[in-house]
Design a protein around this ligand. Structure first.
Ligand SMILES: Nc1ncnc2c1ncn2[C@@H]1O[C@H](COP(=O)(O)OP(=O)(O)OP(=O)(O)O)[C@@H](O)[C@H]1O
Ligand SMILES: [Mg+2]
Length: 456
């Protein structure tokens, strides 16, 4: 087969060169020349051009209801938006060793049972290693077909002849095409491989999962460009040594990006956690100082999590502030509000705050719980153990209302909490009474602290 012509194109100004250059001759930027397949000279693509599709009115396009393939792992199914859309390309990212291969192998086995063969291509582990993992996970299925290859064209050829229910490529950074001279894992390789897999999946209506590694900075190794190309991006998060894993959609062309799936990593693989609130609160010690309970909403699901804080006299001139599970900048802001608006003398204190269980909270509704935990540790008085706290804190120390307050309180009541402190403004918008829950309203964070932190 004739080799496809490639050129090096500057990602900044678009200048091109037939050979690799470290610096763009036009805009003089460094390391912006990326190897790209020259489509005009690619006979395969050129041949397609004359038969380009004619535009059609929206109303005569195919069915308006998507057929979805249900995935038997409920937590994964939910994050995908209620099943897999045929032909969709899903990128699964996550830190090294977090459990990506485990998750996709379990998904492969579950889907193979229902839908027939699934092709699992591992470019970084041998078939033997996958067999060992499958044994540990208790997967015995002759419908999960394993192939160890790094050659993308060979993978696509095999997949075409098998027509599996799902194709999995673990990982996109280790496969390559011959047409591009740069090494596997380079921007041009990763982009070309992804684009070929996408075309393959879409033309046959077969869903494809690709796994991508995440660098220390949080970007999918080198090419963030992948995130734009694929239909859905799911991240598996969690503390590597903790046992909870949260699967989160950061992009989904076929569903909401708010949903999360919660799993527990066990010897036998990832176990679904159907009741995350109970799981996250399981190790909570009543009457400990510096602990409070927040109610966060992920998609349609309210989840209760314990927030812990520790304040201690700083030994150095510049006190330490460390946040785990939520934004560090938000912690600084809450500390400043507690100092200035509530009068807590936190200036000389080291402050550590932590969301228990490896959950990451992105929404400000947890502000009040964090503030209560800090105030509780600082005053050395426990927060009422039967109480949940919901509310965003403004810069003047005022409590601001948050969305879906009824749903949050409903979950707290279901888990046996008897008290809740919420923003006064939220109550005025017609909060219904929640059975068994005494709801106290506060205008400011100072008031909420007086309500929640007992003196005995
Ligand atoms: N024998 C074992 N017993 C219990 N848990 C194990 C065992 N072997 C592996 N694990 C768990 O599985 C995790 C690794 O899972 P997996 O290989 O799926 O991760 P990964 O995200 O694919 O990693 P990589 O980035 O290396 O591809 C380990 O961090 C560990 O928690
Ligand atoms: Mg892996």
């Amino acid at each position: 087969m004739a080799k496809v012509k490639t050129t090096f194109v500057c990602q900044q100004c678009g200048a091109s060169s037939p050979a690799f250059l470290g610096r763009c001759p036009s805009c003089e930027a460094w390391s912006t020349m990326i190897e790209t397949i020259d489509e005009r000279r690619n006979p395969a693509i050129a041949a397609v051009r004359p038969h380009a599709e004619r535009p059609q009115p929206l109303t005569v396009l195919g069915a308006s209801v998507l057929k979805r393939i249900p995935v038997p792992i409920v937590e994964l199914d939910r994050v995908l938006g209620g099943g897999l859309v045929p032909g969709t390309l899903v990128l699964i990212g996550g830190d090294p060793g977090i459990g990506k291969s485990t998750l996709v192998l379990q998904a492969a086995a579950a889907l193979a049972n229902d839908r027939g063969p699934v092709l699992y291509v591992s470019a970084e582990e041998s078939a033997q290693q996958i067999r060992l993992r499958a044994d540990r996970l208790g997967i015995i299925s002759d419908q999960v077909l394993v192939m160890s290859s790094t050659d993308l064209d060979a993978i696509v050829a095999t997949a075409s002849s098998l027509a599996p229910a799902l194709l999995i490529v673990d990982s996109i950074q280790t496969v390559s095409v011959d047409d591009i001279s740069s090494a596997a894992g380079s921007v041009s390789q990763v982009r070309e491989c992804t684009s070929r897999l996408m075309q393959w999946g879409k033309s046959r209506d077969i869903p494809v999962f690709i796994i991508g590694h995440v660098t220390k900075e949080g970007a999918i190794a080198g090419p963030r460009v992948l995130e734009h190309m694929v239909d859905a991006v799911l991240y598996l998060e969690g503390e590597r040594h903790g046992h909870f894993r949260v699967l989160r959609a950061v992009k989904n062309r076929f569903g909401s990006t708010d949903e999360v799936g919660v799993f527990e990593m066990a010897e036998s693989g990832l176990r679904e956690v159907r009741n995350p609130s109970e799981a996250f609160l399981a190790e909570r010690h009543g009457h400990a100082t510096g602990s409070s309970v927040a109610v966060t909403v992920e998609g349609t699901r309210p989840i209760l999590v314990e927030v812990q804080a520790l304040t201690s006299q700083s030994a150095f001139g510049l006190p330490r502030r460390s946040a785990n599970g939520f934004d560090a900048g938000r912690l600084q802001l809450l500390v400043a509000v507690l100092q200035k608006r509530v009068g807590l003398a936190l200036a000389g204190q080291d402050i550590y705050a932590n969301v228990v269980g490896g959950m990451r909270i992105g929404e400000p509704a947890a502000d009040l719980a964090v503030a209560l935990a800090i105030a509780s540790s600082f005053r050395d008085r426990p927060v009422d153990t039967d109480l949940v706290a919901v509310g965003e804190i403004g810069l003047s120390g005022e409590l601001r209302s948050v969305s879906q307050i009824d749903r949050r309180l409903g979950e707290a009541s279901r888990l046996g909490f008897s008290k809740a402190v919420i923003p006064a403004s939220a109550a005025r918008r017609g909060t219904v009474d929640i059975a068994g829950l005494s709801v106290q309203r506060a205008d400011t964070v100072g008031e909420a602290i007086e309500i929640s932190i007992t003196d005995s």
